[in-house]
Design a protein around this ligand. Structure first.
Ligand code: ALA
Length: 486
């Protein structure tokens, strides 16, 4: 007999599946690797590209407070994630948590929204990677033509959709191909490369902070919150809040660690360490870099996306070399975001396929590499097309919106499970009773409310597509609802 739309999967069934040999992934990751994966996914375009414009347009030096606010929101959610990931260490992450607490329909929505987060953040980052690469190559004397480093289609509010005359964004396509291929053939190689790049990224951030300290002009940081211009969101506290919703993007990624639960040697202990550790290290880095950046140059000059170059220029001619080093670090930083997000997305599709909600091929592991091979190649191919052809930047804050929705539902899931199964073994438990999950839900909803109407419309559009796919495929093939198909 078929079960209903809200049929739940028991936690023991979820755990049994994870240990089932036919879907086994290779357990090789320890706490250091997981923390590095988290830092790899977190520190990227949010810091290097968005900080300057968020300061110049919304918050002034108050963007430092925006960082703290966004970090607090993420800590609430990270604590909830850590509780779930240690209790249900499954590659499906929030999708699996929803399956256990809110039933299949919500789980599908969750999975589909996660796809949005894990698809559009790395593609946006890959397009940013391409522009930094072109700029670094120009510094080295090689001019890559615009026709081969930009997509053929563009969109803007005034002219609508346009054909640009460019061919393809080749650098973006190449980096996705390279990373996707590497991720497909083994988690150990991917983790090794990620570790190296994270060391480069953090090393250069430390160098930037040390070199830049001498150039901090405290006058640039006062007043910390410039007076509001009279328009909501332009400086003042409303600007700080809007800044927080923009720089929230900079914190996305710690949740990707949850998708590595089945490759973690000791997920019960190491998942919380990886999530909270990477979030803590990234937050400290953001605040210190922010102080140096905004101390070196007035926030009014930070509007350009290459605000880091503007700040390094202010250090004077002795530091010209730092400009190149920073560009290399940015490229390394953006590469790791792409890497971890491709891994995460493949593992979410992998888990959904095991549940029958997506075609079986996604749920197969490679006999030799022990990775979700097909899912990884599929994800890579889709990302190659998106980065090469489409103007992903029009999706603006859709990634943040979808992530906030996922975080809010994770908070709800924790509350439900605490109420319904209070005795369940929780290797890690968010402190203060229901306070943290409640705050997680509340702060995420508030931030979602602050995002523009166009982003809401995009989210609704994305959901409609997801619901159609569920109706056409997932609902009919779900193994939980139609066990005879198993
Ligand atoms: N947090 C990631 C970044 O900033 C998505 O690029």
């Amino acid at each position: 007999m078929s079960k209903g739309l809200f049929a739940k999967k028991s936690i023991s069934a979820l755990l049994d599946e994870a240990s089932d040999k036919s879907h086994a992934l290779k357990r090789t990751l320890g706490p250091m690797n997981l923390t590095a994966m988290g830092i790899g996914a977190i520190i990227g375009a949010g810091l290097f590209v968005l900080t300057g414009p968020a300061a110049a347009t919304y918050a002034g030096p108050g963007v430092l407070i925006s960082f703290v606010i966004a970090a607090i929101v993420c800590v609430f959610s990270a604590l909830c994630y850590a509780e779930f990931a240690s209790m249900i260490p499954i590659a499906g992450s929030a999708y699996s948590y929803a399956y256990a607490t809110l039933g299949e329909f919500v789980a599908w929505i969750m999975g589909w929204v996660l796809v949005c987060e894990f698809l559009f953040s790395p593609t946006t980052v890959a397009v940013g990677w391409s522009s930094y690469f072109v700029s670094l190559m120009r510094d080295c004397g090689w001019d890559i033509s615009a026709a081969w480093s930009n997509g053929p289609i563009a969109y803007d509010l005034v002219n609508g959709w346009m054909v640009t005359g460019n061919f393809l964004n080749i650098p973006a396509m190449l980096i996705v191909t390279l990373i996707g291929g590497m991720v497909a053939i083994g988690i150990q190689t991917a983790a090794f490369v990620n570790n190296l790049l994270v060391i480069v990224k953090l090393g250069v951030i430390a160098l930037l902070i040390i070199c830049g300290m001498a150039f901090i002009n405290w006058d640039n940081l006062t007043p910390l919150i410039p007076a509001n211009t009279g328009v909501f969101g332009q400086f003042g506290w409303s600007g700080v809040m809007r800044g927080a919703s923009v720089v929230f993007f900079a914190f996305i990624g710690f949740d990707a660690i949850a998708t590595l639960a089945q490759e973690s040697r000791n997920p019960q202990k190491d998942m919380p360490i990886g999530m909270l550790g990477s979030l803590g290290i990234s937050t400290i880095a953001y605040i210190l870099v922010g102080i140096v950046l905004l101390g070196a140059v007035s926030y009014t000059q930070m509007g350009a996306p290459d605000s880091f170059a503007v700040a390094v220029n202010a250090f004077g001619p002795k530091f010209v070399w730092l400009r190149y080093v920073v560009k290399i670090a940015i490229l390394a930083g953006l590469t790791t975001v792409i890497l971890v997000m491709i891994m995460g997305l493949a593992r979410i599709l992998f888990t959904m396929a095991i549940d029958g909600l997506l075609p079986k091929a996604f749920g197969k592991t490679h006999p030799k590499f022990k990775t979700p091979f097909f899912a990884t190649l599929f994800v890579t191919l889709v990302m190659i097309v998106i980065t090469g052809v489409f103007p992903v930047e029009i999706l603006g804050q859709l990634t943040s919106m979808s992530t906030l929705l996922v975080f809010a539902i994770v908070g709800v899931g924790i509350l439900i499970l605490r109420y319904k199964q209070p005795k369940l073994h929780r290797p890690f438990k968010a402190p203060l009773g229901p306070v943290i999950p409640l705050l997680a839900v509340l702060t995420c909803l508030i931030q979602m409310g602050a995002l523009p109407a166009v982003t809401w419309i995009q989210l609704i559009g994305w959901m409609v597509v997801g619901l159609i796919i569920y109706a056409v495929y997932g609902a009919r093939h779900s193994l939980l609802r139609h066990p005879r198909k198993a």
